[in-house]
Design a protein around this ligand. Structure first.
Ligand code: G3P
Length: 223
């Protein structure tokens, strides 16, 4: 399962990218707003994230109609070969996805809430879909079950499932158990994912033992 970071906070993202465990960074207008990043800052953000080790950066178009989304999507894609355009799973977003995908631009169809939208995104030629697991739960839908159905619906297609709106490491665990292709998470969830108190305790024991192993090699027992 590929791991991504859902954040535009470079200071928080950079040390996580440095681990080499995260394939890239996903953003959207909410993520930009939380990080205080304006649309005019996005080109500089993409460059900074790429320099920090992001192998792919996802940038969402903010236009509302399909024609404008296509034009904006082309501009976003022009920010770099590692940039993936994000478009919402509504009618104009799916229409723009058809046109951009046909021209070879990778598109992540986002704000996906039902498996039927996965069918539409695959038909549109989308690179992937971003189901909002936490928000499905908030709306009374079983997010994990819905994402499992989306993965089933997309089996055999080239459209990947990149689960988003992840509220904790237990959700990452459940997504992995379901064979979901990828997940994007906040830096807080990513930091929590990297820690296990039992592993830390074992490492402390290793360190304590290693400190007793210093000094010259023990004598050769052979006579
Ligand atoms: O990428 C999805 C994110 O913007 C929404 O996550 O936790 O606000 O539902 P959340």
């Amino acid at each position: 399962m590929r791991l991504y970071l859902d954040s535009a906070d470079l200071a928080a993202v950079a040390p996580l990218l440095e681990t080499g465990l995260f394939s890239g960074v996903t953003t959207n207008p909410l993520i930009l707003q939380r990080a205080g990043v304006r649309l005019a800052d996005v080109p500089r953000l993409v460059a900074a994230l790429t320099s920090a080790g992001a192998r792919s950066v996802f940038v969402q178009a903010v236009s509302r109609d399909a024609d404008a989304m296509v034009d904006e999507g082309r501009r976003i894609a022009g920010l770099g070969e590692q940039v993936v355009v994000k478009l919402p799973a509504n009618r104009p977003g799916l229409t723009a996805t058809v046109r951009l995908a046909r021209d070879g631009y990778p598109v992540l169809v986002t704000a996906v809430y039902h498996a039927r939208q996965a069918v539409l995104a695959a038909e549109a030629g989308a690179w992937g879909i971003a189901p909002y697991v936490g928000r499905m739960d908030d709306a009374g839908r079983d997010g994990l079950a819905q994402v499992g159905e989306m993965q089933e619906v997309l089996a055999g297609s080239r459209t990947l499932v990149l689960a988003a709106s992840i509220r904790g490491i237990d959700v990452v665990h459940q997504l992995a158990l379901r064979g979901i292709d990828a997940v994007t998470m906040s830096t807080a969830v990513a930091e929590a994912l990297l820690v296990d108190r039992l592993t830390d305790r074992a490492v402390e024991e290793f360190d304590a033992a290693a400190r007793t192993l210093a000094g010259p090699a023990s004598g050769d027992d052979s006579d």
